[in-house]
Design a protein around this ligand. Structure first.
Ligand SMILES: N[C@@H](CCC(=O)N[C@@H](CS)C(=O)NCC(=O)O)C(=O)O
Length: 190
């Protein structure tokens, strides 16, 4: 399950990470910046990152929270699972660590759940998809599918919103093209 070295090298990213974008001479790393670059370059109608200051701030807030808040809190649990030695896991260290780290993840999901109840449409910032959904969808799917800190709790608004994201024609096209599938399988190494 470890990413092959030649695959990592093909990213062009010094850390060997994906996503990685090459657009002509432009190279962009980090999903948030890739999203901003694509929107600024190709979304001439500013649908995905609106021009209006209030709407724009809201979209950018989610765009950055996806990696900067939701992923950082949940990945802490992934790394604990990968790195706490077996003996310590058997002694309950992992469970105790996860219980501590789950607090932040659940607070984040409660925040999203509440914000979704204020949305005037099926998506995070209203009736149509914005860059907020594009970025947040992966982080939240990752947390829920992998059960990172969720401890059996459910967030109905989040489930409904994820379903709406996955039913969009653009999402389905991207899945078809990339073969994207997110499963709870545990990689053997990071
Ligand atoms: N903060 C980065 C995270 C990039 C990242 O960690 N990508 C993972 C996949 S989601 C990766 O390339 N892993 C391969 C590896 O580390 O070998 C972003 O948002 O683009």
């Amino acid at each position: 399950m470890k990413a092959p070295e030649e695959f990592k090298a093909s990213s062009g990213n010094p850390l060997g990470k994906f996503p990685s974008l090459k657009d002509g001479e432009v190279r962009v790393y980090e999903s948030g910046v890739i999203t901003e670059y694509l929107c600024e370059t190709y979304d001439k109608e500013n649908r995905l990152i609106p021009k209006d200051v209030d709407e724009r701030i809201k979209v950018l807030q989610w765009l950055h929270a996806a990696e900067g808040t939701f992923m950082i809190h949940s990945l802490a649990i992934t790394y604990a699972r990968w790195n706490i030695p077996k003996q310590a896991q058997d002694d309950g260290v992992l469970e105790q660590t996860e219980n501590g780290l789950a607090v932040n993840v659940q607070k984040d999901l409660d925040w999203l759940e509440t914000e979704l109840s204020f949305s005037q449409g099926s998506f995070l910032c209203g009736e149509h998809v914005t860059a907020a959904d594009t970025m947040m969808q992966f982080s939240i799917d990752f947390i829920l599918v992998t059960g990172l800190g969720t401890q059996g709790r459910e967030w109905p608004n989040i489930q409904k919103w994820l379903k709406a994201c996955k039913e969009t024609v653009t999402f389905r096209k991207a899945v078809e093209k990339s073969g994207y599938e997110l499963t709870a399988k545990r990689p053997e190494a990071n």
